[in-house]
Design a protein around this ligand. Structure first.
Ligand code: ATP
Ligand code: MG
Length: 468
C-alpha cells in the first residue's frame, strides 16, 4: 500500500517542491499552508506521516503535533526547522516527533527520514497484527469441537479462566493441552502479564531446578552469575508446567511451596522470594498411579488437581472430526496462500474412521500435508497418507466403540486378534480360542475378515477333494 503523507509549510514553494518530489517517489501527498489547514485535513483523513515546518505564524509545528495527538491520530511527525532552531527541534522530539530535518536539506536526507519512519510504522503495525493474531489463535473460539465432552470442557475452562485457581490439564499427546492452557491465560485477568511455559520432561533435574527457581552465582559449577528463574519471569502472569509427571521429588517439594506460600528459593540462596503466578500444569501420565508408586507427592497432586480438565482422545469424540477438518482446511489454505479447498465425501469418511493415535495434532498435520499435495480444488483420498485407507486391523474394542461394546464386536475383534497372532493358521487359532475348527470357519465366514480370505468351509473342502 502506498503511504500517504501530509506536508504542512507556510511557504508555498516548499509545499510545491515536496509534493512533486514525494509524488515522484510514489507517495500520495496532500499539502497545507498553515497549521490550521493541516489540522482540518487531519481531522478528515488518515495519514501515515506528517511533515510540518516548526516555524509558522499562528500555529507552530509543535502546536500541530500536540493537536494531532489530541485528535488521537497515531501517524508519525517529522519536523522541518532552520539551523538556528535545532533546540526547538529537539523539544519537538521530546514531545513525540519521530525525527527532524534542518533546512535547507538535500533531497536524499528527507527521503531517508521518510523511509525510516514508514518502515518503522509498518513494523509496528505488523507487530500489532501479529500480537492480535496470536491472541486470536489462543482464544477459546479456536478450540474446536461440538462433542458434549468438548462443550462442557470449554465451559469449565472459561469459568475458571477468570479465577486464580490452579488447573491440571490431562489428556493424551496432541489433544490440545497447550492450547487450552494458553486460552485460559488469554481469557484471565492476567492476560497482559507473561505466559511462561516449560516442559519438565525436557531437562535433567538440576537444570530444571535452576531454570524454574533461578540460582545464585557460584552455587554450582557453571553458575557464573545470579540468574532469575522462570517463576520470576512469570511474575504477574501464568506459568504453564508441561509434563509435570516427570519432575523429581525434590522439585515437587519446591513446587508445593509455590502453591502453598507463593514463594520460591533460588538454588544456593537461603532467602525465599515471593512470586505472584497462576499455575497451570499438564500431564498425560497416570498421576494417581505415580502417587501410589511413591514417585509423585500426594499433597502436590491434590494441590494441582483443584480444577481438573480432561481432554478425551479424538477417537472417542469422532463427531468433532468434521469441524476440525474444516477448521484446518481454512487455516492452512490461508497460511499456505492457497485458495480454500474442500474435501470430498470419500476422503472425509477416511478421516472420520481413522484411529488418530496422535490425536488432533496428527489430524492437523494430515490436512496440512494433503493441502500441499492436492492438485485440484478438492481433497481426495489419494491426497491422504496411505495408512488411512489401508484396511486396518479391526479396531480394538476400546478404540471404535468405547461405550458398551456388543458381545459380538468383542468376539469379532478377539478372533481377528488371535488370527493375526497365528498368522492366519486356523487350527492353531481355534485351539487358542477354545473352539473347534469348524466353528472358527463359520465365524470367519460370518465376520468376513478381508485380510483372512473367506475360504471354503471344511465340509465343502472335503467334497471338493473327493470330486477331484
Ligand atoms: N480442539 C482443538 N481445536 C483446534 N486445534 C486443536 C485442538 N486440539 C488441538 N489442536 C491443535 O493440535 C495441535 C496439538 O495441540 P497441543 O500442542 O495443545 O497438544 P498437547 O496436548 O499439548 O500435546 P503434547 O502432550 O504432545 O504436548 C496444536 O497445533 C493445536 O493447535
Ligand atoms: Mg503440549
Amino acid at each position: 500500500m502506498t503511504a500517504k503523507i501530509l506536508v504542512i509549510d507556510d511557504e508555498d514553494s516548499m509545499c510545491n517542491f515536496m509534493e512533486i518530489m514525494l509524488s515522484k517517489e510514489g507517495y500520495r501527498v496532500d499539502t497545507a499552508v498553515s497549521g490550521r489547514e493541516g489540522l482540518s485535513l487531519l481531522q478528515d483523513h488518515s495519514y501515515d506521516l506528517v511533515i510540518a515546518d516548526l516555524n509558522m505564524p499562528e500555529m507552530s509545528g509543535i502546536d500541530v503535533l500536540r493537536e494531532a495527538k489530541r485528535l488521537n491520530n497515531d501517524q508519525d511527525l517529522i519536523v522541518m526547522t532552520a539551523y538556528a532552531s535545532v533546540d526547538t527541534a529537539i523539544e519537538a522530539m521530546k514531545q513525540g516527533a519521530a525525527d527532524y530535518i534542518t533546512k535547507p536539506f538535500k533531497v536524499d536526507e528527507i527521503k531517508l527520514a521518510i523511509e525510516k519512519s514508514i518502515s518503522r510504522r509498518n513494523l509496528v503495525n505488523e507487530n500489532v497484527n501479529l500480537k492480535k493474531q496470536l491472541q486470536d489463535d489462543n482464544s477459546f473460539d479456536n478450540f474446536i469441537g461440538s462433542s458434549k465432552e468438548i462443550v462442557s470442557l470449554k465451559k469449565l475452562a472459561r469459568r475458571v479462566a477468570s479465577s486464580d485457581a490452579t488447573v491440571l490439564v490431562r489428556g493424551e499427546s496432541g489433544t490440545g493441552k497447550d492450547l487450552i492452557a494458553k486460552a485460559i491465560h488469554r481469557h484471565s485477568p492476567r492476560s497482559n502479564g507473561p505466559f511462561v511455559t516449560i516442559n519438565c520432561a525436557a531437562l535433567p533435574e538440576n537444570l530444571l531446578e535452576s531454570e524454574l527457581f533461578g540460582h545464585k552465582k557460584g552455587s554450582f559449577t557453571g553458575a557464573i552469575k545470579d540468574k532469575d528463574g522462570l517463576f520470576r519471569v512469570a511474575d504477574g502472569g501464568t506459568f504453564f508446567l508441561d509434563e509435570i509427571g516427570n519432575t523429581s521429588l525434590t522439585i515437587q517439594v519446591k513446587l508445593l511451596r509455590v502453591l502453598e506460600d507463593k514463594i520460591i528459593t533460588p538454588v544456593g540462596e537461603t532467602k525465599p522470594i515471593s512470586v505472584d503466578v497462576r499455575l497451570i500444569a499438564a500431564t498425560n501420565a497416570d498421576l494417581e498411579e505415580e502417587v501410589k508408586a511413591g514417585r509423585f507427592r500426594a499433597d502436590l497432586f491434590y494441590r494441582l488437581n483443584v480444577i481438573p480438565i480432561y481432554i478425551p482422545p479424538l477417537r472417542e469424540r469422532r463427531e468433532d472430526i468434521d469441524l476440525l477438518v474444516n477448521h484446518f482446511l481454512l487455516r492452512y489454505s490461508r497460511k499456505l496462500d492457497l485458495p480454500v479447498k474442500s474435501i470430498n465425501d470419500e476422503a472425509m469418511e477416511l478421516l472420520r474412521r481413522y484411529k488418530w493415535r496422535g490425536n488432533v495434532r496428527e489430524l492437523e498435520n494430515t490436512i496440512e500435508r494433503a493441502l500441499l499435495l492436492c492438485r485440484s480444488d478438492e481433497l481426495e483420498p489419494c491426497d491422504l497418507p496411505e495408512r488411512l485407507s489401508t484396511k486396518e486391523t479391526v479396531d480394538l474394542v476400546t478404540d471404535s466403540e468405547p461405550i458398551n461394546p456388543t458381545l459380538e464386536s468383542i468376539e469379532k475383534a478377539y478372533i481377528h486378534f488371535v488370527m493375526s497372532q497365528t498368522d492366519g493358521k486356523k487350527s492353531e487359532a481355534a485351539r487358542i480360542l477354545g473352539i473347534d475348527t469348524s466353528t472358527l470357519y463359520r465365524k470367519i465366514d460370518r465376520y468376513d475378515f478381508k485380510d483372512f480370505p473367506n475360504r471354503k468351509t471344511p465340509r465343502k473342502q472335503k467334497q471338493a477333494d473327493e470330486n477331484s
